[in-house]
Design a protein around this ligand. Structure first.
Ligand code: ADP
Length: 372
């Protein structure tokens, strides 16, 4: 859009006509004051500015708008100015460009200048946009790099913790074997096994992540009895977590077509989190519901819960709730893997949670396989 500023309406009319005929959008003002008001409210590519006007003259207008951020990219063509005067005001004026045309205006020259300014304007806008996109891309790299570094450091720490325990227990084990203390040896052996199982799970998660990234997470879909799988699993989990009571409310008895091991992995993840993030709780509730062709599974805990803003993001890769990340160890990839598994079954995963009261993690899956 071009703004023509001239106190003589007849000049405005003829300029406007020519410019509009050449496809430019035109706005007008008949005084410097009116022009300033308009410039404050919208951005113009170019202002054609009469120098001699009663009240505020063209140079004063130009000087004033040099301070407007809206007019940073705006070019100005003065009408009837001597070049010396133009040079004077270019100092301290960082606009898109300044030029002048003597009166009476030669329309061909004016059009040529207008077109040149427009071309420069378009080019600089394209350049700006390109620069913006490049900057955003660089930031995004940087961000990915930072996340990766952070992940490597957390992952190494997480792997090191069970490793250190294993070393310690093996030393103790050696001592008790030398003393031929059979019972203590067996206890320590069991501790080593627990830690190895932890390591195993961590490494399995890391492998799953890289399989998801490369699209190589494979599923073996079969028909199986969900309730039987769940009951066996709950028995094992109850045994190894006897500080909490796992209450089971069954409501689903049908066969399900799906990858039994992968669904088991999701359930283990939900329950382990329900135990981990509810350190003071004495029970948690596991429910299954029959919703026709859909199975709904949920785990309700009475732990720390979370505020609403986190409920979507915790399924993102590497996302951990910052406020509690120091207190609870973890890699922030378990739920991401669960989400992938459930979505690949054509199902949905989610959480309903209240900060300080607890969370219910759930998934629903169609009982007939959606994998193809
Ligand atoms: P991890 O527990 O290893 O950090 P997850 O992917 O399993 O990774 O969970 C991601 C984040 O979601 C956790 O870091 C935690 O902040 C939050 N979270 C998961 N489960 C619960 C829960 N039952 N209660 C409260 N917060 C949870």
């Amino acid at each position: 859009m071009i703004l023509i500023v001239d106190d003589a309406p007849e000049n405005i009319i003829s300029l406007k006509k020519v410019l509009e005929k050449n496809g430019f959008e035109v706005d007008t003002a008949t005084s410097g004051e009116e022009a300033l008001k308009k410039i404050l409210n919208r951005s113009y590519v170019l202002i054609i500015l009469d120098v001699q006007m009663p009240g505020m003259d063209g140079f004063e207008v130009a000087e004033t708008i040099s301070g407007f951020s809206r007019a940073k990219e705006t070019a100005i063509i003065f009408l009837s100015a001597a070049s010396a005067n133009v040079n004077l005001i270019t100092r301290g004026y960082s606009s898109g460009g300044l030029d002048y045309i003597s009166k009476p205006v030669d329309m061909n020259i004016l059009l040529l200048k207008v077109k040149t300014f427009y071309r420069i304007y378009e080019q600089s806008r394209a350049l700006n946009e390109m620069q913006k996109a490049l900057r955003a891309e660089i930031e995004f790299r940087k961000e990915a790099e930072r996340k990766k570094d952070e992940f490597i450091s957390i992952a190494s720490h997480e792997l090191k913790t069970p490793m250190t325990s294993i070393k310690g227990y093996i030393q103790l084990l050696e001592r008790s074997i030398k003393k031929q203390d059979h019972d203590t040896s067996l206890q320590r052996l069991e501790k080593v096994q627990n830690q190895i199982e932890k390591l195993n799970l961590l490494i399995a998660d890391l492998l799953d992540i890289s399989k998801i990234e490369s699209g190589k997470l494979k599923f073996h879909i079969q028909s199986f009895n969900f309730a039987t799988m769940l009951e066996n699993l709950l028995e094992v989990m109850q045994q190894s977590n006897n500080q909490v009571k796992i209450r089971y409310i069954p409501g689903f008895t049908k066969e399900v077509e799906g990858d039994e091991m992968r669904l088991e992995q999701v359930i283990v993840n939900f329950i382990s989190n329900a135990i981990k993030y509810a350190p003071d709780a004495t029970e948690l509730i596991v429910r299954t519901e029959d919703q026709g062709d859909v199975l709904r599974f949920s785990v309700q805990d009475f732990g720390i819960g979370m505020s609403h803003e986190h409920t979507q993001r915790i399924f993102d890769k590497f996302y951990r709730i910052e406020e509690t990340s120091e207190r609870f160890q973890g890699l922030g990839i378990g739920l991401y893997i669960c989400q992938e598994i459930i979505e690949r079954h054509g199902g949905k995963i989610g959480v309903v949670s209240t900060l300080g009261e607890g969370s219910t993690f759930f998934f629903t899956i169609p009982i007939h396989s959606q994998e193809n």
